[in-house]
Design a protein around this ligand. Structure first.
Ligand code: NDP
Length: 495
């Protein structure tokens, strides 16, 4: 088992005094409060970050406001698209450096960082860049007859909302950050990002690349620190929109704070307890490969991943047996080992939370596989499979956000729909069957923002993504994001 060599540029980057990125440059904070950034693979501190204070937040929002009214507003949509494409090229060109930094602070396997987090961030960015020249209003014919000879015409304009506060979680800090940065910049907004205090580093390097790509100073800023920095941003009177991704409790607090601040619009991409259903005709080998690929990737710390599994009673024993055998084959190791398939959880509080779930599973349900911490430095736990005793088992209902899957058999499709919808969440769901007409009849009955068939956790920039019920408000990707980052202005003309 061998780890890759860290690039000299990564080692030099870690040595820097990290704080914020404001008005086009690294900005040292006046705050004396330092936050340690810990490598979850070994528990060691790899860097420090300074917590932003109110003056830092003020400077970032002021810089963003100036760019919104000035340099970014002055650029043609075509130029904006060119710049975002250039940033995507620079992200690709620096893939290895960015992937190593991200793996060091998130515990994500280096292969996942390279080929998904960083490479796909560039893919998403290019998709958004394509929208730069295609954001238009409509013309319409006024409907009420005129009293005299005058005539009327009307049209709408899509105008950027202003400065966006983007608040990002720790699981995919680059990718989720890029979704917010790209949505804001391509619609003509400017943005201040608040990364998670657990994963604050990679976006700082991307901010430098943005300047190299031609993003004007102030259009893209970063303030680092804990939740209170997010609160200060949301409360700022010059913030016109909040784009938040994170947990349901924080999302509710963020939505309420945005509303109280200035009736500030907020989109909330929140948690889930995503169901996957395996019908009687399912190919069990395909199902097991699909579960390992989608529920255990990044140690299950993926909002869209399935966590609860309903399997037709005739197939569940075979499926669980093969799943346990498949998980036993997974190579567990350092995220810097290119051959490792399963690594540590992202941080200590999350690791401790997972041990709590294991205790609960042992007391309340049946642990089919795993259920223990792994005895090595860092925050490793076993990939785990649980069989619930009944639909009421609590682990079928709470978001775990880790490598823990929970199974229950079902008998009829009516029962299946009821079980799948028995959740406060509604982010994603999947149906696994070769009977397409059965799948087509079930899809409208499932309460989720995305339903996949014979696949799960597959996001694409062209396909809108977001939750219903407690999983959130608003959509990213496709053309759906445009509504959330622009105001619709109506213009009427008499002639
Ligand atoms: P949190 O809700 O704990 O944090 C999200 C972000 O909000 C972090 O940057 C956090 O800062 C910040 N924050 C914390 N408190 C406040 C506050 N009061 N006001 C403003 N900002 C605040 O989520 P996690 O980082 O733990 O991420 C995991 C959660 O994210 C899971 O529930 C997961 O399902 C969800 N998620 C949803 C996705 C979706 O698209 N629907 C995608 C990915 C994750 P800090 O970390 O520094 O405390």
């Amino acid at each position: 088992m061998s780890e890759i060599q860290l690039l000299p540029s990564v080692l030099a980057f870690l040595e820097r005094d990290h704080a914020n990125f404001i008005d086009g440059a690294y900005a040292p904070s006046l705050s004396s409060n330092k936050i340690a950034v810990v490598n979850p693979a070994n528990g060691q501190v790899i860097a420090h970050i300074r917590d932003a204070d109110e003056a830092d937040v003020q400077a970032a929002v002021n810089g963003a406001r100036q760019a919104f009214k000035g340099a970014w507003a002055d650029m043609l949509p075509y130029q904006k698209g060119v710049i975002l494409n250039k940033l995507a090229d620079l992200i690709d060109a620096n893939n290895e450096e960015l992937a190593q930094i991200e793996t060091l602070c998130s515990g994500k396997s280096i292969q996942l960082s390279r080929h998904f987090e960083i490479a796909q961030s560039a893919v998403f960015l290019r998709y958004y860049a394509g929208w730069a020249t295609k954001i238009n209003g409509e013309t319409m014919q006024p409907s009420i007859p005129s009293f005299g000879t005058e005539k009327y015409t009307a049209f709408t304009r899509r105008e950027p909302v202003g400065v966006v506060a983007g608040i990002v979680p720790w699981n995919f800090s680059v990718m989720i950050g890029i979704w917010k940065i790209a949505s804001a910049l391509v619609t003509g907004c400017t943005v201040v990002i608040k990364p998670s205090e657990f994963t604050p580093l990679t976006l700082l390097r991307i901010a430098e690349l943005a300047i190299e790509a031609g993003v004007p100073a102030g259009a893209f800023n970063i303030v680092n620190g804990g939740g209170q920095v997010g609160q200060q941003l949301i409360a700022h009177r010059l913030i016109s929109k909040v784009a938040f991704t994170g947990s349901v409790p924080t999302g509710i607090a963020v939505g309420q704070a945005a509303m109280a601040a200035n009736l500030t619009r907020a989109t909330l991409e929140l948690g889930g307890k995503n169901p996957a259903a395996f019908l009687a005709d399912v190919d069990v080998d395909m199902a097991v490969a699909g579960i390992i690929q989608t529920a255990y990737v990044h140690q299950g710390q993926v909002c869209a991943s399935p966590e609860r599994f309903y399997v037709h009673r005739s197939r569940i024993d075979e499926l669980l047996e093969k799943l346990a055998a498949g998980l036993a084959e997974l190579k567990i190791g350092s995220p810097l080992d290119e051959s490792a398939q399963f690594g540590p959880l992202a941080n200590k509080p999350h690791f401790e939370k997972m041990l709590g779930y294991f205790k609960r599973a042992a007391a309340e349900s049946q642990i089919v596989y795993g259920g223990q911490a792994i005895d090595r430095p860092g925050y490793y736990v076993q990939p785990t499979v649980i069989r619930a005793h009944s639909a009421g088992d609590s682990l079928l209902h709470e978001e775990i956000f880790g490598p823990v899957t929970c199974f229950l058999p079902f008998d009829t499709e009516e029962e299946l729909v009821e079980l799948m919808n028995d959740s406060p969440f509604g982010l994603t769901a999947s149906l696994w069957t070769n009977d397409l007409s059965k799948a087509m009849r079930l899809i409208p009955q499932i309460e989720a923002g995305t339903v996949w068939v014979n696949m799960h956790t597959f996001i694409d920039p062209a396909v809108p993504f977001g939750g219903i019920k407690a999983s959130g408000v608003g959509r990213e990707f496709g053309s759906a994001f445009i509504d959330d980052y622009t105001e619709l202005k109506s213009v009427m003309i008499k002639y």
